[in-house]
Design a protein around this ligand. Structure first.
Ligand code: GLC
Length: 421
């Protein structure tokens, strides 16, 4: 059976391949997305390592002069998606993009791919090093303010966890009264009950309009914008990615950057402490405007293991959450706490399981001495795909798929992580 699943996974990547870059899924997401492409490279690498390199190279082609790597690249206009390039008005005229970023998983994936690649691919991955370094510097220049030391997002989409309940309170003060009339396109491709609400969308668009009016001046947006939240997933992912960038630099003989990168690690470790909510016993996001913690236990909270930052006491408190949550749902790890009133098993990042987060969680658990958790996550992830297909996300209660189908990063996770024995 696994052989058939392998073939289907490869077929999905080939179908979604638009020539050097892959769309997350046809219809719903018809462009190149940042962290999707990086995870997808892991999938390609199982059967074509040079194609894997191309996926990351095409992403970095869109890197801005200031170092940011945008969250969407609009290589050709597609009326099927809103908000498209005309709404964002960002990037180069030759290569329009969105004006925000997404979780920087590139350094970690490049480091892993380099280990397993032949010499031609190794050379191409090494050539990406200065670009990845510039992206990390961009984060530290604009998004990791001294004293907070965690990564600030300026739009929920930057977190990759679009409608997590973590953004409800910080979004409440976004003024949506002057949002220009628009028509959502996502609802033509996916069930409305599985997607963000109209209020969420009004806020997303208000933030895009704010950035556009600020001419995507990242300094201004990150210091004066209406949404400035220290995000737990971004912080843990950048921390892990920086450790991996240090190790990659060592392997390829890039000396001279170690001190700078070690400094970033220490700063982000302090940022992780800023995100610890003693009351709730978890790492969670925190609004830097009000100072309020979200108080939410999410799948992103558990990325502290992947980042290697939890103390013994913190691990004990998280273990209590793990026991409580795993007793409540059939499949791990839901994107939101099933005991919370905002949990919604079908609605995107308010409950459903995401395979790419599971992948990072399992890695972190295995490395930090929680092999049983890693195994549980992997077994559940395998079963979800084997029984329900390559969905965008999955219901943690029934296992049913939600969102788009034939999803590239879900196929990639099967090939790179779940399909092997
Ligand atoms: C949604 C997800 C985001 C992903 C994108 C494309 O916006 O929340 O994480 O990158 O879809 O798959």
């Amino acid at each position: 059976m696994d052989k058939n699943i392998d073939n289907s996974a490869r077929e999905i990547l080939r179908t979604n391949d638009k020539g050097g870059f892959t769309v997350p899924t046809g219809g719903l997401y018809p462009y190149q997305w940042n962290w999707d492409s990086v995870f997808v490279a892991l999938g390609f690498a199982t059967f074509d390592e040079l194609r894997a390199c191309a996926e990351i190279e095409t992403l970095f082609e869109a890197q801005w002069e200031d170092g940011m790597v945008p969250h969407i690249i609009f290589r050709r206009d597609d009326p099927d998606y809103f908000p498209g390039p005309r709404v964002w008005q960002a990037g180069d005229a030759a290569l329009p993009t969105s004006g925000i970023t997404q979780p920087p998983v590139a350094a970690s994936v490049i480091n892993d791919l380099w280990e397993q690649s032949g010499s031609e691919a190794k050379g191409r991955l090494e050539a990406l090093f200065p670009k990845v370094l510039e992206w990390h510097r961009w984060f530290h220049r604009y998004r990791v303010p001294a004293g907070i030391d965690a990564v600030i997002i300026t739009h929920p989409w930057e977190s990759g966890r679009d409608n997590s309940p973590e953004w409800d309170a910080p979004s409440a003060s976004i003024d949506v009264s002057s949002v220009e009339p628009y028509e959502r396109r996502d609802l033509q491709h996916a069930d409305a009950g599985m997607r963000p609400t109209k209020l969420d969308y009004d806020r997303y668009i208000a933030l895009v309009e704010y950035g556009r009016k600020a001419r995507w001046d990242h300094e201004k947006i990150a210091t004066e914008g209406p949404f400035r939240v220290a995000d737990v997933s971004m912080t843990m992912i950048l921390l892990r990615a920086t450790r991996d960038l240090i190790s990659f630099a060592e392997k390829i003989g890039e000396s001279g950057v170690q001190d700078e990168l070690e400094g970033y690690v220490q700063q982000l470790e302090r940022g992780a402490s800023y995100l610890w909510d003693e009351n709730a016993g978890t790492f969670c996001s925190r609004d830097t405007i009000t100072g309020e913690h979200s108080g939410s236990v999410t799948n992103a909270s558990f990325l502290c293991f992947y980042a290697g930052v939890a103390t013994v006491e913190q691990q004990e408190r998280l273990a209590a959450h793990w026991d409580r949550i795993s007793a409540k749902v059939r499949y791990m790890m839901p994107s939101h706490d099933p005991d919370d009133s905002t949990f919604d098993a079908k609605r995107y990042w308010r409950g459903p399981i995401w395979q790419v987060v599971n992948y990072m969680l399992a890695k972190g658990f295995a490395e930090c001495g929680y092999p049983a958790w890693a195994e549980r996550i992997r077994d559940d992830s395998r079963e979800l795909i084997a029984e329900h297909g390559f969905n965008e996300a999955f219901c943690p209660v029934t296992g049913e798929g939600s969102g788009g189908r034939d999803f590239s990063w879900t196929a990639a996770m099967w090939l790179a992580w779940l399909g092997e024995d």
